[in-house]
Design a binder for this molecule. Structure first.
Ligand SMILES: *[C@@H]1O[C@H](CO)[C@@H](O)[C@H](O)[C@H]1NC(C)=O
Ligand SMILES: *[C@@H]1O[C@H](CO)[C@@H](O)[C@H](O)[C@H]1NC(C)=O
Length: 198
């Protein structure tokens, strides 16, 4: 699920900044705080800035009936505090999985992420290990003139039991900045596959 939001952030950035040039805008995570309700699950996120990839692992200790994700993303221009993009939304994982299994776009994104490991397919979420290794989202070269951006992602998950009681099970904060850099390990993907708009 975290990966869906990262892909989403990447899509937001692509929309904000158009495309085409030599440089790449990459996130640098500075601050990662991870919390989980250990009775129900444990999870871990590691990120490598130099050979950019992300590993996510989660051990589910008790079957999860239904899960809501609360996601807040703030992207701010360091030079201009008026320029901010925010996202504040709550999503139901089980409904997204239903969507992922039914729609072509959903299947595409889900299939893309699935190549990286063992991810959740269905609800209720069974006990077991889920992981994503060496995940990296598709990159596109971006324009050279870009503002310096800071980002903050708050990622919370809530378990909803059969009697609709909500319990927080994950609470992660990611902070960092997007830096424009010349890279020699561009990893093209989804956007490179899509037709370019001139
Ligand atoms: C992520 O997992 C891969 C495959 O297991 C491993 O090679 C890599 O070192 C891990 N990365 C980090 C930052 O731990
Ligand atoms: C996000 O939305 C929730 C509920 O609509 C609200 O309580 C919360 O304060 C919002 N967060 C921010 C940073 O605006």
């Amino acid at each position: 699920m975290l990966l869906y939001s990262i892909v989403l952030v990447q899509v937001l950035l692509a929309i904000c900044h158009g495309s085409l040039a030599e440089k790449m805008m990459r996130p640098k995570f500075k601050d990662i705080k991870i919390w989980s309700e250990e009775k129900m699950l444990s999870h871990k996120v590691v990120y490598d800035n130099s050979d950019p990839h992300l590993n996510f692992s989660m051990e589910v200790h008790q079957e999860l009936h239904d899960v809501d994700i609360h996601l807040e993303v703030r992207i701010a221009n360091k030079q201009d505090s008026l320029y901010t993009t925010t996202l504040n939304t709550t999503l139901n994982v089980c409904r997204i999985l239903g969507f992922a299994n039914q729609s072509p776009v959903g299947r595409f994104v889900h299939g893309f992420i699935r190549e990286y490991g063992n991810i959740i397919d269905n609800c209720p979420i069974a006990k077991g290990s889920y992981f994503i290794n060496k995940f990296w989202w598709p990159e596109d070269p971006t324009t050279a003139i870009l503002p310096e951006l800071e980002f903050e992602i708050i990622w919370q998950a809530f378990h909803i039991d059969a009697s609709k009681k909500r319990t927080m099970i994950m609470n992660d904060h990611f902070g960092g900045e997007f830096v424009v850099q010349d890279v020699n390990n561009l990893k093209p993907g989804i956007f490179a596959m899509l037709p370019k708009v001139a």
